[in-house]
Write a protein that binds this ligand. Structure first.
Ligand SMILES: Cc1cc2nc3c(=O)[nH]c(=O)nc-3n(C[C@H](O)[C@H](O)[C@H](O)COP(=O)(O)OP(=O)(O)OC[C@H]3O[C@@H](n4cnc5c(N)ncnc54)[C@H](O)[C@@H]3O)c2cc1C
Ligand code: FES
Ligand code: FES
Length: 1343
């Protein structure tokens, strides 16, 4: 019920500038306000749900009680603008600028090569900057904590941490070696390298060149806000929006009266619970009561019995308060506080902990809440207050279940929370298991407390609460009651597990799935608690010789007790330095910083959606199918069209030309093929209006059979997108007859979401003349967008120009799909005659665009007892989704690459792409290789298990050894492959560590270590010559400056930097005299997609060619005036009418494949590599920690080792995500559940290996390519599987010890769920199992 009266002025500061908003809309977030109202586009939108950190800014607030200014990072996408009254916001633009002064944080992140696409960089900068404002010399732990809520999809985090470390207290020592040894120590560099020792560099940046951090130079807190805070106005502030009114009282009394007047209005504190619910679940509140100005809610008091914490304290403040109390009080009193602290370390990221309030957390009663189970078992009391007065209420299971009799009254608010001290003989523990260690909601968490009778092991009181094990938090009250009086021993443990499983029962269909895993965690956690308490009792018993005798903990069981610590990685990066004779000015081979690095760090790098709003611009939102396979009976847009601001609804009927291809339509016409199929699009004056309108479009469907989601169903229905691809060599049937043993098995590899930080976006600007269009688009293939737009509009290609300045990550996901969005937006733009902006929300992007193909593979491998493989038959199927897209090529590449590094004489590889009713899957870094090769490598481990040999021995035995031919008869030499393998064995000290792993495993029952090394032969490029052509256009202007344009797109992989390095070498002038503006179809036409790792290579050849042409033209002038400067020569050339512009062209590497004959030369060259990873798993929870990874990669002669190492590290971490945490979940109706960073977990900063070493193989030559370099964009993905195989190695060790069959179905990703359930034990045996035929599961596996 919006109130018509006048709004108050909203006063706050942004980067030192005062902002007074007269008519602020409470629905607007800080992110929108910064980007749209203030045009500060450095702060990025990537998820809109607080889950990625791209929108991080710093908020500063004066606390009059403590007389202190508090600086904290927040995610601007969740900050309602009205909550900022009296606060100061600092954005990345306020921190520094390339035009004025760079801040050391910005300088260092760029110069440490911590930016690739740069889309995450402003958020990273702001998180680090805020940390430094609070701690100018932070510890490593504080640094990791500060960055835990920021996602980066490109870099793999190592260089970002390296830049942050330069500020750390401990950073005085050498950070280049994780081994504790300095890289400059004698022996620090490995002497086994083929290149001479002095040729190997381990420094990618020079720390001593960085400007020092000078805290006195920071923006001061605005004095005006200080005065406002010291004498706070008490009057209520009200802000009226179109639909929502924000009321912010200045006193507690007013707040209570307002709450009594508007009992239905929520109290808004951090908005981290309300905000996402309003955005994604359509919750709407016409009145919001803000408690931000009520100081009473932030009061903390220490009593002799406990702590009273104001409900308005942020979770970050709660963490500090608890830490302080823990340091002050004896251990026995702080059991509950310690348990809370443990959970607070991994609860969300730093920004969310800064924003979220304790009150909001408790009242939200999320089933996954990490704190409520502990508060509940810790006998917490809620202090409630209303106009009627104050009262107390226990935070117990009845409150958490939301029972009306145990809930707040509508007019009440939570004022504070009383958490009592624990007592002697009382033990409290916290447990949680999530998909990854940090910034992930727990699958199950628990709080457990036991009070034992003094000096005995008898249970006096017991409370256990679980989160995640039901729709609300579950308290195991009955079980606890039954256990009172029991001694703390094995019998009690057995009984407790039985009771807990009975009481905390989850149906097989429970939302969230993972039911058996969750059941197992219920008892596994209790077992951990049992051991923890026993251990504490043992400690106590030492001081009380006459006390009770407690059960012994077997030595091997102690490993159940420790959680994996969160640590930042150490490591060393090695590369070959340039030849000492190379001119200093020649940048090729040097670790040159990404051309846009500094602009990324200051937020001045412009991405597609940062382009200012055009005159009369409209916003487009897509309407997609909610059915998986149905006829469209009707589309009724009438209601939508009547809404304010709505201009039009664009359907297939509006397309003047062709609506895509017959089997791949831009917009559905009569039939939809998947949930997420684009049907039509709304164009409106604003984003918000367009989004409201799509709700009003009524589409009636009639379902069609069959509906196919899984590969199995597709096989049953013979539903395929293209014919089978097959390669064969030798005589497989005969070979199977002669082998000692045969193993057959299955491999399932899940799909992967690209999760580029910049979602798909396009801006189409129609011009007044000749049907011309300008298209600004985030794409890897502007020519494809251009072609598609022209055929859609039925206009010649020459009327449309596509511009790509930079792309915020692509990974293959922006090869094909941007053309669809560009074309639909272009239809809207020509129909309305107005510019159209289309920016996909993260949810829509994930729903619509598809990703990596899930794979199901069957293998049959025949081998001798020595481990020599004689025959291998693999049949695989990929889930292509509903349209062909790239599925045929992915199948081809998969089959071509399946052999990986192995010479097996008798082979048969078959592959098919299944057609299912899921969004079409598409290109993704590695293009089939990372999925397919997992089958091959799984065969190796299966053979090893059968022969009783180690997998590395089987790998070595079967690897290519001499010049040979691949299965498709392409000749190659494996010399470099073998060098990589040997160096990797050597650098990782593999053999000695293998022994240490085995020793560890003998001693520890509940934790197991695993180690694995994998070799790689990765083919680069497309299997067609025409796809290797490239062009460049180089202009020299009369002042000597050079403009380079080429056909590659800057996706973060540093192609523009490399191209200028090439041009600089060729023209012999510094890179600073050169510039690349953008990739445009008007300057270089008919380009090929920047993909297949070959972009820098082929475009480099074209740039080289253009420069050589120009230099040839200049030669006579230079000869005539050899002492002249570049500028003199250019001036003379102009005078002599010599053209200073040249097109360079590269005709491409020869590549072809004859599928009929099964032979060809499909790839120009191979990249070789090897990776060794060691991990440790917790068999009770399924958690794992990455101990160490060593990668050796053959980059040829790297054009830019910093960029190439960045590619290797980034792709390795992305691969590690594919194989360990990234899991797509679909409903039985084909709806993708995992549509944001909450549900889909890409690796975070705490997921990288503790020691991470990357070496580029020295002295590797490839005469074919530009300066003998190699393309490294994709290959590292597969090396992430070393982590997967290390995990399976550890799981196998656990299974061996437990006497369970060592062979198991290989399933990727190896999530905690998979690991836990594979390490079967007495607890997995206890849980009830479901008969899958008796219910509809929450989700279905599609691979
Ligand atoms: C990206 C992200 C990650 C997260 N990860 C985790 C995680 O790992 N573990 C976890 O446990 N949680 C997690 N959360 C949830 C988070 O802990 C809660 O959203 C948060 O604690 C809610 O606090 P708030 O101040 O933002 O509440 P708000 O959103 O401001 O309010 C939430 C509700 O509480 C009510 N309320 C607030 N204060 C009071 C009061 N004093 N009296 C009465 N009612 C009140 C409001 O009326 C509203 O209904 C995550 C959230 C996000 C966005
Ligand atoms: S956009 Fe705000 S956290 Fe992702
Ligand atoms: S550089 Fe971090 S997302 Fe691209």
């Amino acid at each position: 019920m919006p109130c018509p009266s006048k709004s108050d002025d909203l006063v706050f500061f942004v980067s030192g500038r005062k902002v007074i908003e007269r008519n602020v809309d409470p629905e607007v977030t800080l992110l929108t306000f910064l980007r749209k109202n203030l045009r500060l586009t450095g702060t990025k939108y990537a998820c809109g749900r607080g889950g990625c950190g791209a929108c991080t800014v710093m908020v500063s607030k004066y606390d009059p009680v403590l007389a202190k200014i508090r600086h904290f990072s927040v995610t601007a996408c969740l900050v309602p603008i009205c909550s900022l009254y009296g606060n100061a916001v600092t954005t990345v633009e306020g921190v520094g600028s390339i035009n004025t002064r760079l801040h050391p944080v910005q300088e260092r992140i760029a110069k440490s090569h911590g930016t690739q696409c740069g889309f995450c960089t402003p958020g990273m900068v702001m998180s680090m900057y805020t940390l430094l404002r609070n701690h100018p010399q932070p510890s490593e732990e504080q640094l990791t904590e500060a960055l835990g809520g920021n996602l980066c999809r490109c870099t793999g985090y190592r260089p970002i941490l390296a830049s942050g470390r330069t500020f750390c207290v401990e950073s005085n020592g050498c950070q280049q070696r994780g081994t504790g040894k300095c890289c400059l120590d004698p022996g620090g560099n490995d002497s086994s390298s083929v290149g001479r020792e002095s040729d190997i560099c381990t420094e990618l940046f020079a720390e001593d060149e960085f400007q020092p951090l000078d805290p006195t130079q920071e923006l001061i807190f605005p004095p005006e806000l200080l005065r406002m805070a010291e004498k706070p106005e008490k009057q209520t502030l009200t802000f009226h929006g179109e639909r929502v009114t924000w009321i912010s009282p200045g006193t507690l009394k007013d707040l209570l009266e307002l709450k009594a007047k508007h009992p239905e209005a929520p109290l808004i504190l951090g908005n981290t619970s309300l905000g996402p619910a309003m955005k994604s679940q359509g919750h709407f509140h016409p009145i919001l009561l803000s408690a931000a100005r009520i100081s009473e809610l932030s009061v903390v008091s220490k009593t002799s019995e406990g702590l009273i914490i104001g409900a308005g304290c942020s979770l970050a403040q709660v963490k500090d308060i608890l830490a302080e109390r823990v340091s002050e009080l004896p251990e026995e009193k702080t059991q509950t506080y310690r348990a809370l602290l443990k959970q607070l370390k991994s609860l969300a990221g730093q920004q969310i902990r800064n924003m979220a309030s304790l009150g909001g957390h408790i009242i939200s009663r999320h089933c996954y809440s990490d704190l409520n189970p502990i508060l509940a078992v810790g006998n917490t009391t809620l202090n409630l207050i209303s106009v009627e007065g104050a009262r107390q209420m226990p935070l117990n299971e009845r409150f958490l279940a939301g029972l009306a009799s145990a809930d707040l009254k509508p007019e009440e608010i939570l004022e504070s929370v009383y958490v009592p001290h624990s007592h002697a003989w009382e033990f409290v523990s916290a447990f949680r298991q999530a998909q990854c260690q940090q910034n992930a909601l727990a699958d199950v968490n628990a709080g457990m407390r036991v009070l034992l009778k003094e000096g005995t092991g008898t249970i006096e009181d017991l409370s256990i609460s679980y989160g995640g094990a039901g729709a609300v938090m579950v308290s195991a009250q009955k079980s606890c009651q039954r256990l009172i009086g029991r001694p703390w021993d094995e019998l009690m443990l057995e009984e407790a597990c039985r009771l807990l499983l009975e009481e905390v029962s989850l149906p097989g269909w429970a939302p969230g799935g993972k039911v058996e895993f969750k059941r197992t965690l219920v008892v596994s956690f209790f077992f951990k608690f049992y051991l923890e308490v026993l251990q504490e009792l043992k400690k106590l018993a030492k001081f009380m010789p006459d006390s009770h005798h407690y059960p012994e903990i077997p030595d091997g069981f102690l490993s159940a007790l420790e959680d994996f610590p969160i640590t930042g990685p150490q490591g060393v990066q090695r590369y070959q330095s340039v030849d000492s004779h190379q001119s200093l000015q020649d940048p090729v081979g040097r670790p040159i910083v990404h051309l846009s690095g500094l602009k990324h760090a200051t937020g001045e790098a412009i991405f597609c959606d940062d382009i200012p709003t055009m005159d009369r611009e409209l916003f487009m939102v897509l309407v997609t199918s909610t059915r998986a396979h149905a006829k469209i009976i009707s589309i009724d847009s009438s209601e939508a069209l009547e809404l304010p601001g709505v201009v039009d609804v664009i359907t297939a009927e509006d397309i003047p030309g062709t609506n895509g291809a017959e089997d791949d339509k831009l917009m559905a016409v009569d039939e939809v093929l998947c949930v997420g199929h684009i049907i039509c699009a709304v164009v409106a004056e604003t984003n918000v209006q367009a989004k409201s309108a799509i709700e009003k479009i009524k589409i009636t469907y009639e379902d069609i059979e069959p509906v196919i989601f899984t590969i199995n169903d597709a096989i049953k229905h013979n539903s395929f997108l293209c014919p089978e691809k097959k390669l064969e060599q030798g005589n497989i049937e005969e070979a199977f007859e002669k082998v000692d043993q045969i193993v057959e098995g299955e491999v399932h590899v899940g799909g992967q979401e690209h999760f580029y930080m910049e979602t798909q976006r396009v801006l189409v600007i129609p011009k007044a003349e000749d049907k011309e269009l300008d298209i600004y688009v985030s794409t890897q293939d502007p020519s494809h967008v251009q072609r598609t737009v022209s055929s859609t509009l039925s206009i010649p290609i020459n009327r449309t120009t596509c511009h790509v300045k930079r792309v915020g990550g692509g990974f293959g996901g922006k090869v094909g799909r941007p053309a669809v969005f560009g074309a639909i937006a272009a239809v809207g733009a020509t129909k309305t005659g107005r510019p159209i902006r289309l920016v996909l929300d993260r949810e829509d992007d994930m729903l619509i665009t598809g990703g990596r193909h899930p794979l199901f593979g069957k293998y049959k491998v025949g081998f001798m007892n020595s481990g020599r493989i004689k025959a291998l038959d693999i049949e695989c199927f990929i889930n292509g989704g509903c349209m062909l897209d790239d599925s045929e090529q992915v199948t081809e590449f998969l089959i071509l690459k399946l052999e990986n590094a192995y010479k097996i004489h008798n082979l048969r590889f078959r592959g098919r792409a299944c057609m299912t009713n899921l969004p079409s899957n598409t290109a993704f870094r590695g293009f089939g290789f990372p999925q397919g090769t997992l089958i091959t490598e799984s065969c190796i481990t299966a053979v090893a298990a059968k022969c009783g040999l180690l997998p590395e021995k089987i790998r070595e035995k079967n690897m290519y050894k001499t010049v040979d031919k691949t299965i498709y008869k392409q000749a190659f030499s494996p010399e470099t492959l073998i060098r990589c393998w040997n160096e990797c064995l050597d650098k990782s000290s593999f053999h000695s560590r293998r022994m240490q792993v085995e020793e560890f495993n003998k001693k520890n029952y509940w934790k197991k270590k695993g180690i694995a090394i994998v070799p790689m032969k990765f083919s680069v490029g497309f299997a067609a010559t025409s796809y290797h052509q490239a062009a460049a256009l180089v202009h020299i202007y009369t002042d000597g400056s050079v403009l380079v344009t080429h056909g590659g797109n800057e996706l973060g992989q540093g192609i523009h930097t490399k191209m200028l390095q090439v041009a600089s070498r060729e023209l012999k002038i510094p890179m600073s005299s050169m510039h690349i503006c953008e990739t445009s179809t008007a300057t270089v036409p008919n380009t090929i997609a920047t993909a297949a790792s070959i972009g820098s290579d082929v475009n480099g050849r074209a740039v080289q060619n253009a420069c050589q042409i120009l230099l040839k033209r200049l030669e006579p002038i230079i000869k005539k005036n050899p002492e002249g400067t570049w500028e003199d020569w250019i001036e003379a050339a102009f005078e002599q009418r010599i053209s200073l512009s040249a097109t360079g062209y590269f005709r491409g590497y020869k590549a072809f494949m004859d599928w009929e004959k099964g032979e060809g030369d499909p790839f120009p060259y191979y990249v070789y590599g090897a990776a060794c990873s060691e991990i440790e798993i917790d068999c009770l929870t399924g958690a794992h920690k990455k101990i160490r990874t060593d990668i050796i990669m053959d980059a040829g002669c790297s054009l830019n080792p910093a960029i190439d190492i960045g590619q290797v590290e980034g792709s390795f971490i992305q691969g590690m995500g594919l194989y360990t945490t990234e899991e797509l979940k679909y409903s039985p109706e084909g709806v993708l559940y995992s549509r944001g960073p909450d549900e889909y977990k890409i690796p975070t900063i705490t997921d990288i290996p503790e020691e991470f070493n990357v070496s580029l193989l020295p002295s590797s030559q490839t005469p074919l390519t530009i300066y003998s370099s190699k393309g490294l964009g994709e290959s590292g993905m597969f090396l992430g599987s070393s982590v997967f195989f290390a995990i399976t190695d550890a799981v196998a060790a656990a299974r061996r010890e437990r006497d369970i069959a060592e062979d198991f179905t290989v399933k990727s990703p190896a999530t905690p769920e998979w690991i836990r359930m594979a390490c079967a034990d007495r607890f997995t045996e206890m849980i009830p199992r479901d008969d899958l035929r008796t219910f509809k599961p929450w989700s279905i596996p599609i691979a």
